[in-house]
Design a protein around this ligand. Sequence first.
Ligand code: S3P
Length: 182
Amino acid sequence: MKDTVNKSLKLEKPLILTGFMGSGKSSVGKILAERLGRRFIDLDTEIVAASGCSINDIFARAGQESFRILESSHLKKVLLSGQNLVISTGGGAVISKENRALMHSIGIIINLKVTVEQVMSRLKGCSDRPLLSGEDAVDHAEILLKQREQFYSAADIRIDTNGKSVEDVAAVIQCCLEGFSE
Ligand code: S3P
């Protein structure tokens, strides 16, 4: 895949990383924020801190729908909290039409593209992704990735992470952002 960039971007906006579980959003986001002198916010970390529960516990006790409500309300709060930010969203934040509209109106959306093979290899041994915890994790990842592709692909900048380290991905994003009007 060729990386894609919407050249009409203005930079004085929060940078919002989207992508499937295991695409490297948090690692890339931290590096990018440091290199750009921005504050880094991980949406799942915010939700866990505010609720006092792990993502697994929220899914187990309250269900996915309740998690999505929390996710939307934290996304809104974070997006309205400033411009000089790099925000890493959970892989499912793009499912909601309202979330997508808000992200597009306030920030620059940067999607990290991954394959199911990459996801499964990166998340091997991880037990903190409730949606990929069953025996059918690979099939489920394939279905979710296919369902979400239309939303991930609507990003302003899209980077194929295949064969790239997190540092490489951050560097490619920096290159994409260079030359845009401040
Ligand atoms: C989810 C992704 C997770 C987390 C939750 C649901 C999803 O975040 O928000 O487990 O629906 O794809 P990461 O993408 O950071 O793993």
